[in-house]
Design a protein around this ligand. Structure first.
Ligand code: NAG
Length: 184
């Protein structure tokens, strides 16, 4: 009986987001992943995100593979005061497609699934002001993604234990397209 109770309690305490095994896109190729992506949808259990969910702007990611196997990511957000830009380096951790982003508090970032040409699903485990949270982003090469990509995104966040009310479909809008900056 004690054993049964203990396992019941452990089952209640078990947090799917922290424990689920998150796989990487096999043979991830950072060069093919480079270029412009739109963030079409996001799911997250971060309190700050949930509090601002209805005011989040459409944003884009201009990605460039680095020689070290990481990514240089330029994020553009359309705000009330125009375009805001944040640059971040995604540093490679072990396998291709597996990163951490110290500047943003992203402890674990994984490209879970992508066909490179239309969609990508990105997993982010992050720390913000001491609070840990899980976020999943759906990227599209355009502001529209296929139903299959949406389904794959939904299956993945549900598997992590994120419910549908923690999901935001970003409104289609004018976006800030980063000017193509060729770095030497
Ligand atoms: C990654 O993709 C690029 C562009 O398609 C290609 O030239 C390169 O050989 C690929 N790298 C690997 C390791 O497959």
């Amino acid at each position: 009986m004690k054993v049964f109770l203990l396992s019941a309690i452990l089952a209640l305490l078990w947090v799917p987001t922290a424990q689920a095994e998150v796989l990487l896109q096999p043979d991830f190729n950072a060069t093919k992943f480079s270029g412009l992506w739109y963030v079409v949808s996001m799911a997250s259990d971060c309190k700050v995100f949930l509090g601002n969910k209805n005011h989040l702007p459409m944003s884009t990611r201009a990605i460039k593979a680095t020689e070290e196997g990481g990514l240089h990511v330029c994020m553009e957000f359309l705000g009330a005061d125009g375009c805001n830009q944040v640059d971040a380096d995604y540093l490679k951790v072990g396998s291709e497609g597996h990163f951490r982003v110290p500047a943003l508090g992203y402890l674990d970032v994984r490209v879970v699934d992508t066909d490179y040409s239309s969609f990508a699903i990105v997993y982010i485990y992050k720390e913000l002001e001491g609070a840990l949270s899980t976020m999943v982003q759906l990227f599209g090469r355009t502001q529209d993604v296929s139903l299959q990509a949406l389904k794959a995104f939904q299956d993945f966040y549900l598997m992590l234990g994120l419910p549908d009310d923690m999901v935001l479909m970003l409104p289609k809008s004018d976006t800030c397209i980063p000017e193509s900056k060729e770095k030497p």
